[in-house]
Design a protein around this ligand. Structure first.
Ligand SMILES: [Cu+2]
Length: 284
C-alpha cells in the first residue's frame, strides 16, 4: 500500500515537472529563470534557426563520439604493452580517400541547409506592412511609413511601480511596436547618431541600425503575444536600457490601434519631439 502511494506521489511529481516545463516552454517573448536554449520561436525563420541549431548539435555530438571511440580503440589495442611489434603500414588509399571525402560530405550537408536559411532570412518576401525603427540615444522611435505620417518614441519604464503585470523589469516600455499576426512585416532600421542593433530573439532577427543608411529585415509572427528584444550593438551609456517590445495582435486590433495611433502621434513638423523637449538626456 505504501509502495503504491509512493508511486502515485512520484507520478504526481513527474507530471508537475512535465507541465512545469511545458508552461516554461509556452512562456513567450522574453527570457525566463533557468531558461535553457532559445526563447520561444514565433516566426518561420526562428523555427528554421532552431532546427538548424539542433541539427548541428546532433551532428557535432556524433562526430565527437566517433572520434572518442577511435581514440579509445587506439589507446587500448595499440599501446606498447598489448601491441609490442607495430605494423609498418604507411599508406592505405581507401582510408585516405575516405577521411578526405567524409569531412567534405559532412561540410556539404551543413552548407546546404545553412545557405538555404541565409537566403530565407535575407530575401524579404512581399510585405503586408512596413515599420521603421530608428535607434536613438537611448530609445527606439517607430514609424509606419505606408500607414500615415506619424512617429512615436518607445522608452523603457524605469519606475518598477509603473510596470504592468505582464511587463518584465528592464524590458517593459511605454509605447510598444504593434504589428498584426500572420502578416509579413518589413522592418527598416536606421540610427540617429550612433550604431544600434534591432534584435528580437523570438523572431530570429538581428539587424544593425546605422546612421546614414537604412537596413532591412523581415518577420512574420504566427502567434499573438508580446515579444521582447534588446539593442544588440554597444551604443553608449544606456545601451542596456533601450529594450524592444513588439506586441503581435489580431488584424482587427491592429487596425483599431493604427487609427488611434495616427491621431495620437500625428506629426507636427513645427514642434520638437515630446521626448526631446521633456528629457535633456535623451535629446543629446
Ligand atoms: Cu545599444
Amino acid at each position: 500500500m505504501l509502495g503504491f502511494k509512493r508511486l502515485i506521489a512520484l507520478a504526481g511529481a513527474i507530471s508537475c515537472l512535465v507541465t512545469g516545463f511545458a508552461a516554461l516552454a509556452a512562456e513567450p517573448g522574453h527570457p525566463t529563470d533557468w531558461q535553457l536554449g532559445f526563447q520561444t520561436a514565433v516566426t518561420p525563420v526562428m523555427d528554421d534557426i532552431e532546427w538548424f541549431h539542433s541539427y548541428l548539435v546532433f551532428l557535432i555530438t556524433a562526430i565527437a563520439g566517433f572520434v572518442l571511440v577511435l581514440l579509445l580503440i587506439v589507446m587500448i589495442r595499440f599501446n606498447a604493452r598489448s601491441n609490442p611489434t607495430p605494423s609498418r603500414t604507411t599508406h592505405n588509399t581507401v582510408l585516405e580517400v575516405a577521411w578526405t571525402m567524409v569531412p567534405v560530405l559532412i561540410l556539404v550537408t551543413i552548407a546546404i541547409p545553412s545557405f538555404r536559411l541565409l537566403f530565407f532570412q535575407l530575401n524579404t518576401p512581399a510585405a503586408d506592412l512596413t515599420v521603421k525603427a530608428t535607434g536613438k540615444q537611448w530609445y527606439w522611435s517607430y514609424s509606419y511609413p505606408d500607414d500615415g505620417n506619424f512617429e512615436f518614441d518607445s522608452l523603457l519604464i524605469r519606475d518598477q511601480a509603473k510596470l504592468k503585470p505582464d511587463q518584465p523589469r528592464l524590458l517593459g516600455v511605454d509605447n510598444e511596436l504593434v504589428v498584426p499576426v500572420n502578416k509579413t512585416v518589413r522592418v527598416l532600421t536606421t540610427g540617429a547618431k550612433v550604431i544600434h542593433s534591432f534584435a528580437v530573439p523570438s523572431f530570429g532577427i538581428t539587424i544593425d541600425a546605422i546612421p546614414g543608411r537604412v537596413n532591412e529585415t523581415w518577420f512574420k509572427a504566427t502567434r499573438e503575444g508580446i515579444y521582447y528584444g534588446q539593442c544588440s550593438e554597444l551604443c553608449g551609456r544606456d545601451h542596456a536600457f533601450m529594450p524592444i517590445a513588439v506586441r503581435v495582435v489580431s488584424e482587427q486590433a491592429f487596425n483599431d490601434w493604427l487609427g488611434q495611433a495616427k491621431q495620437k502621434w500625428a506629426r507636427d513638423e513645427s514642434a520638437p519631439s515630446s521626448v526631446a523637449a521633456a528629457d535633456p538626456v535623451t535629446s543629446r
